[in-house]
Design a protein around this ligand. Sequence first.
Ligand code: PGA
Length: 255
Amino acid sequence: MNKAKRKAVIAGNWKMNKNAAEAAELISALIPEVAGADCEVVVCTPFTDLPIAVSKTAGTNIAVGAQNVHFEKSGAFTGEISAEMLTELGVQYVIIGHSERRQYFGETDVTVNKRLKAALAAGLKVILCVGESLEQRQQGVTAELVAMQTKIALGGVSAEELKHVIIAYEPIWAIGTGLTATAEQAEEVCAVIRGVIASLYSEADAETFTIQYGGSMNAKNADELLAQPDVDGGLIGGASLKAPDFAAIVRAASR
Ligand code: PGA
């Protein structure tokens, strides 16, 4: 498969960090650092930072994403945000199924699928997160688990819609821990995911499908991870909160 057919996507997942003023400051610092990058650059901010992020990034090569979306259009869903509310603001991306949502907020493969379909229907691009816990890795079920998460999440998604989906492989044990998957471990699972896409859709769809690695990715390890044949980008947590660190990863993806 030809990696050159795929666009690298480097996305920052700010999680519950940065107020609006801090968001404006970080984006201002980022704009000159990533201008001219040869990859897609996305910042996924808290909901409350989205308006300032959209206005600050207007006319730049930085796209803005949210970190979650509800599957209903409107109604009695206290605390939730619909896909149309995001697109109306100018938001282009949304992260769905992050392990922190699965772990702390009861997100399941079924609700991930519902959110993903609602997001696509509204015209959002989706960063779908999959990945195993340390216990699951030790039990040797990583490949099956990630395949299952991928299959259920993509249930009812057409090949046309798949063009607006990317998958982030994030081993839970590597998130925020400073423990990075080795390049071989990342490659192995990203290749499994690509195989699942090929079996659900086609080899051609799998060849152009973007798969990110996420989990303690930083300026130091980005080069090696991004050099793997099936790793097309990164979903970056901690290192996305400092402009020079995030920009270094963007540069690594542009090489
Ligand atoms: P990390 O987070 O880079 O801080 O490990 C990645 C993520 O959770 O998306």
